[in-house]
Design a protein around this ligand. Sequence first.
Ligand SMILES: [Fe+2]
Ligand SMILES: [Fe+2]
Length: 146
Amino acid sequence: MEQWTWNKSMSVGNAFLDADHRKLLGMIEEVESAMRAQDAATFSRTLKTFENAVRIHFRNEELIALTIGHPFEQHKEEHQYVLNELQQMEAELIDMHGRWSESASTHYFIFLSSWASEHIREDDMLMKLELQSRPYDFKPDNLASP
Ligand SMILES: [Fe+2]
Ligand SMILES: [Fe+2]
């Protein structure tokens, strides 16, 4: 079984990005438990909070990539892809007012958590070498907290 909670092997070499990732992976679990409980109100609240945090994180990541001179065009497309999927997921599930099935919950949970952990391990990780040449707590101005 793939590892979906944050652990040291997921570190991209920067304290702020690591903290964002840890937080986002935790939020996915909150979305999932609301889905499993068929709690529509908590679900839409946690999903909205998650989506906002994802947007802030993507901006932080882009800001850091630009600051360290890391090419970001393709990475940005990956981010755009998941934002579109998130919006679609939100529309589909909110329309069902909590009457979503166990298999729908599993499907979306796997989609979110596997996308997030693979994205961190594969795409975000490409910045690690450059990030490691800076202090671990390197932080450009204007970085926001999700
Ligand atoms: Fe990313
Ligand atoms: Fe990231």
